[in-house]
Design a protein around this ligand. Structure first.
Ligand code: NJP
Length: 244
């Protein structure tokens, strides 16, 4: 049976790369983002190259009414959901005293509230089917802090707190929860995060390729859990993938 994988923020960056790799491995996809046109281009490309179903929906994850409406439509169509990748996110890097309230709310609304809203929609289904995998794209900024990213870093710390707690709640449900904590990746992220290019200049040596990060996530996502040789008390979902 083909896996059904839902990816938020799939119109570009690592989201789009994950979509390609999932399609290559035979997963059916539901791709979500605000730019419907980009999603439709990706959908056409994937359907031309691979024999999988690809559905796309315009969704701003920070609009919780839209999240309910779009996920209700998805759930009505699919008979099972294997993976939700909460990937939509953005950052604006500034010193804390320069952070604008609208930006602070914007980052929390997308990176934290949006992620939780999408998760809440699939949890009842995964609990009922007694299988599934929720993958939250967090960041090294959620594990350690870097200067000028206080707000972004705070959102990703929130994602990790939520992820860790959720994993405990689901520990005997056969629903797995993984957080991914990449370092800097060469995507459009920095056109918003670092308009002046100063941060990028400092970290350019460490930049990860989006294809590499996507490959790590998709390997974690689609690898049968029992292949991972871990003590029983530490279920596979408790691995926090550090992509350094
Ligand atoms: O960034 P980018 P990445 N509702 O800008 C979508 C984390 N991360 O791939 O809505 C729905 O190329 C946007 O689509 P659109 C990062 O925090 C990154 O690097 O059409 N979707 C696009 O598809 C984020 O969580 C780095 O504009 C929304 C996608 O999100 C994830 O990786 C390092 C949306 C962003 O693509 C993917 O970022 C790290 C909304 N409101 C963690 N807002 C890094 N790049 O260095 C945005 O540790 N999107």
């Amino acid at each position: 049976k083909n896996k059904n994988v839902i990816i938020t923020g799939a119109s570009g960056g690592i989201g789009a790369q994950m979509a390609v790799l999932c399609a290559e491995r035979g997963a059916n996809l539901v791709l979500l983002a605000r730019s419907l046109e980009k999603l439709q281009e990706l959908q056409a490309d994937l359907q031309r190259r691979f024999s999988v179903d690809v559905h796309v929906h315009k969704l701003d994850v920070s609009d919780t009414d839209e999240v309910s409406a779009v996920f209700s439509e998805i759930l009505a169509r699919l008979d099972h959901i294997d993976v939700l990748v909460n990937n939509a996110g953005f950052g604006v890097f500034r010193e804390a005293h320069e952070a604008k309230v609208e930006e602070i709310k914007g980052m929390f609304d997308v990176n934290v509230v949006g992620l939780m809203a999408c998760t809440s929609m699939v949890l009842p289904v995964m609990r009922k089917q007694r299988s599934g995998h929720i993958i939250n794209i967090a960041s090294q900024a959620g594990k350690i802090a870097t200067p000028k990213s206080s707000v972004y870093s705070a959102t990703k710390h929130a994602v990790l707190g939520y992820t860790n707690s959720l994993r405990m709640e689901l520990s005997d449900s056969n629903v797995f929860v993984t957080a991914v904590n990449p370092g800097p990746i060469e995507t459009n992220f920095f056109t918003i995060a670092d308009e002046k290019g100063t941060y990028v200049k400092n970290v350019s040596k460490f930049m990860l390729k989006p294809e590499y990060v996507a490959l790590k996530v998709v390997n974690a996502m689609l690898r049968p859990v029992r292949e991972i040789n871990l003590p029983r008390w530490m279920n596979a979902g408790s691995i926090v993938y550090a992509l350094f």
